[in-house]
Ligand binder design. Structure first.
Ligand code: SF4
Length: 193
């Protein structure tokens, strides 16, 4: 999977373009790995408690739920771990869980999209809808697949490729608030924070 992109880059790209750039160079990611693991465990635990509500609200009484699945796509050259997905006879529905997030961001939408594309290819089923569960009450945001989003996904993929291959540190539009919660703050002392 050396030349495959981690799906988390799609979220990070929208948060700050420097983050995929640093990750691609394997800079300082131990603390993030621990934080990520704790975050995933917390989210999975939470969502298992929400299972009945999820099935009822999403209206898939016969759907099977799978948690924490390694996914990849050879067509798109991406890989990652999908928090949760629902499988029915003909379709798959990726679900991304962001319990600690108060509002939906574009990066979250493309993360769900990427999982859907992987699952479609791996399981040979149709991906036409996905969900984001966000906030402490696990509100549901619906993501419909369409041609425009397919195109945008490919454009973002190409932009990420360009970005990580740059020979210089990309500029960033991250706010002070974003930088304050970022593990790479010590590498970005050009921003007068
Ligand atoms: S500290 Fe700020 S500018 Fe640097 S990578 Fe993090 S968010 Fe981006």
């Amino acid at each position: 999977m050396e030349d495959y992109l981690p799906i988390s880059f799609f979220r990070e790209f929208f948060f700050c373009k420097r983050i995929p750039y640093f990750y691609f160079r394997n800079i300082n990611n131990e603390s993030k790995a621990l934080f990520y693991k704790q975050g995933v465990e917390f989210q999975i635990e939470k969502i298992k408690n929400l299972k009945k509500r999820l099935i009822k609200n999403l209206n898939f009484p016969d759907g099977k739920l799978y948690y924490n699945k390694n996914v990849f796509s050879n067509n798109y050259k991406i890989y990652g771990i999908c928090d949760l997905f629902i499988e029915t006879t003909d379709n798959i529905y990726p679900v991304e869980i962001k319990i600690l997030t108060k509002r939906v961001r574009k990066g979250h939408i493309f993360q769900v999209y990427a999982y859907g594309l992987c699952l479609e290819e791996m399981l040979n089923k149709t991906f036409n809808k996905g969900f984001l569960l966000y906030g402490k009450r696990a509100k549901i945001y619906y993501i419909e697949r369409n041609k425009e989003l397919d195109e945008e996904f490919k454009n973002i993929y190409n932009k990420i490729l360009e970005l990580i291959c740059m020979n210089y540190l990309p500029s960033s539009s991250a706010t002070i608030h974003q930088c304050a919660q970022c593990e790479f703050l010590n590498l970005c002392n050009d921003r007068n924070i």
